[in-house]
Design a protein around this ligand. Structure first.
Ligand SMILES: [Zn+2]
Length: 316
């Protein structure tokens, strides 16, 4: 390809009327594809939950960060633009409309989750004396959910509480309830629901469904909470209770609610709890996912690169 052809291609991509619009569709998509490709490698990092967590947060947020970065630059460009033709509208206003829609959609999804959380909290009743006594020992605020199945979760963002089903309270021994509440206390200490809500909101801004990467993030939070709980309880006891909860009530996966035993993560968690020294391929996985994150992060700074290309290469 000659230099002239390259120059024409550059003008088409970076200085045509569509140059300010196509990135909103393709760049978050590219970041999303990178995240999807890295999921299987991330999956293998269960024995290294700290890295798994931070890397899954990065990959979940990247499509949304790309969209927000494009939106901020579109707003800055609109501030100094004069909209006196359809062409100017396409170049300066449409990008702002696209990013505003992405933000609006993320806010609506958050509101819907808040509605579901409020409905769940409204169903709860004060904890029975037995649950209250153990919760006081562990140092958590607990309520009961009148339900026949096994369920336990942390619910809420700024003032989260622990909710346990009446069937679970009636069926489990004090030691087992104690172990479950230690796991939930770990979520409260780490402010997991707050971080999960923030990460999910940014991920939602990216339009493309980041559910697979978010699921890995959710699992890493559970493994971290298991590890913290096991500082004060027996691993095998926690594993056995986890299995009992696995067939219980499954509340929909939400960033505002941390279920004690989500079916998607129970088998991995039980395996890690019963293995003395879990196998780890972590360093190889860290390098592979690290490269993916560096590549996708470059997409966030695309507007800077675009400005440099237009000024220094295309001279317009
Ligand atoms: Zn949990």
């Amino acid at each position: 390809m000659t230099q002239d052809h390259l120059h024409h291609l550059g003008l088409l991509l970076f200085a045509s009327p569509w140059s300010s619009n196509w990135p909103f569709l393709f760049l978050p998509l590219m970041a999303w594809v990178v995240g999807r490709k890295a999921v299987s490698t991330l999956d293998q990092m269960g024995s290294d939950p700290l890295w798994q967590q931070s890397m899954s947060i990065h990959l979940s947020c990247l499509p949304g960060l790309v969209m927000l970065s494009l939106g901020i630059f579109a707003l800055l460009a609109l501030r100094v633009a004069e909209i006196d033709s359809l062409l100017c509208f396409v170049v300066f206003v449409v990008p702002v409309l696209i990013s505003s829609f992405a933000l609006f959609r993320a806010i609506m999804l958050l509101m819907r989750r808040c509605g579901a959380l409020n409905a769940l909290r409204d169903q709860t009743i004060p904890a029975s004396n037995r649950l209250q006594h153990i919760a006081d020992e562990v140092g958590v605020n607990a309520r009961e959910l009148p339900a026949n199945g096994f369920a336990c979760m942390v619910a809420g963002v700024f003032r989260p509480i622990v909710i346990m089903s009446t069937a679970a309270v009636d069926s489990l021994t004090d030691k087992q309830i104690h172990a479950v509440l230690l796991h939930e206390r770990a979520h409260l200490t780490r402010r997991d629901t707050l971080w999960a809500t923030l990460v999910t909101f940014i991920a939602d801004c990216g339009f493309w469904p980041a559910e697979k990467v978010l699921r890995v993030y959710r699992r890493s939070r559970e493994i971290m909470a298991d590890r913290l709980a096991c500082q004060n309880t027996d691993q095998l006891l926690l594993a056995s209770v986890l299995v009992r909860f696995a067939r219980g009530i499954q509340h929909g996966e939400s960033s505002l609610v941390e279920n004690f035993a989500e079916q998607s993560s129970v088998s991995v968690r039980v395996k890690l709890l019963i293995e003395d020294e879990p196998q780890s391929h972590s360093s190889r996985c860290r390098v592979q996912v690290g490269f993916a994150i560096v590549f996708a992060s470059a997409l966030v700074v695309y507007p800077f690169l675009l400005r440099m290309a237009v000024v220094y290469w295309l001279h317009c």
